[in-house]
Design a protein around this ligand. Sequence first.
Ligand code: NDP
Length: 364
Amino acid sequence: MITRRTTLQAALASAALASISPVLAAERLNQRVLLASRPKGMPTLENFRFDSVPVPGIGDGQVLLKTLYLSLDPYMRGRMNAGKSYADRWELGAAMGGGTVSRVEESNNPAYQAGDLVMSFSGWQSYEVSGGQGLTKLDPRITRPSYALGVLGMPGLTAYVGLLDIGQPKPGETVVLAAATGAVGSVVGQIAKLKGCRVVGIAGAQEKLDYAVDELGYDACISHRDPDMSTKLAAACPDGIDVYFENVGGSSWEAVMPLLNTFARIPVCGLIAHYNQTSLPEGPDRMSMLQSMILSRRIKMQGFIISDHTDRVGDFTRDMSTWLMQGKVKYREHMVDGLENAPEAFLGLFSGTNFGKLVVNVGS
Ligand code: NDP
C-alpha cells in the first residue's frame, strides 16, 4: 500500500526546503528528520523537525550510502525519551535513528562497491557517510530488498525467537497473540499454525480481523475494540491458552489472563499500549493476584530483547526463506512514500493505521 502525501506533511516538507539558501539548493542535499523535542505522552508532529544539509565528501575507508527504505518501529518511541531503557536515548537535534536498506553510491572502502545494497542503521535521512562498520551486504537472493527490514529481518527474527525458543508451542496447543497482523505478530501467528497450533489473534480494525483469518489462516481473530472482547476470546479458546505472545499489554492482557492454562508460556515481546503512558494507571494494586496466578498455574513469563539473540540468525534465515519460498508464510508491508511522511506514519503505529510492516520508501 502506498499512502499519498498529506497536505500537512507536504507543507512541512516544503517549509523546510524553502529555508535552504539557493546556493545549497544547487548541491546534493541530505534530507533529514531530526528529534526536535521529547514527547510527553503520545508524540506529535511538533516533536520532529525537517532540515537539509549538503552531503559531505567521503574520506579514506568511507562509503556514501543512499537510503532506499527506512524501517519505522515501535521501539523508536522509547529512544525519544530522556531516560535510558535497554538502549541509549537519541539526542535532541540529531537525526532520528532507524534500520535502513541503503545503496552504496560512492566507495573508498575495498569491501564495498558502488551499487551494493546494504543493511545499515542510517536513520531518518536520505544519505549517510559510513566507515563501513555495522553494514551487512544484502543477500542478492532477496528479491524484495525491503523484506530485509521485516519478515527476513529484525521483526521476523523477533517472532521466530520469541515464539519458538520462549513460547515453545506444541501441536494442538492454543496460541494467542496481540497486534496479530503487524510486522511481528503476523509472523508469530503463521509459525504457530505451521507448528500445528490453534491460533487466535487480537487486532483492531475489522479488515485486520478478516485478513488474519482469510489470508494468514488463523482460527479466529478478536478485536480489542470490541466491548465483548473477553467473552469472545474465551469462546475462541475453549481449551484455554497455552502460549500468549505479548505485543501490547493493556486490555488484551486483561482478557487473556483468566484463560491461561497451567504451564502456560508468555514471551513478553512488547507493550505498545503502555509506551505513551506517563504514569501508572489508576486502580487497585493487583500485583499479588498476578503473582499468585503465576505461582499456582506454574506460568513462565519471559521478557526478551531481540538483539540478545543473534546466535539464531542462521537458523531463522534458513527457515524463513524456505517458508516464504514455499508460500507458507505471507507478508504484508505498509509502504509509505517519502521521508517527509515518516513522522505521521510513525505516529500511526500507536493507533493502528499501519496494516503490515511499516516501511518508508525514501528514494530510488
Ligand atoms: P506492528 O506492525 O504490530 O504495529 C503496531 C500495532 O500495535 C498497531 O498496528 C496496532 O495494531 C497495535 N497497537 C498500537 N497501540 C495499541 C493499543 N493501545 N492497544 C492495542 N493494540 C495497539 O508493530 P511491530 O510488529 O513492529 O511491533 C509489535 C510489538 O513488538 C511492539 O510492542 C514492539 O515494541 C515489539 N517488538 C519487540 C522487540 C523485542 O526485541 N522485544 C522487537 C520488535 C518489536 P491494531 O490495529 O491491530 O491494534
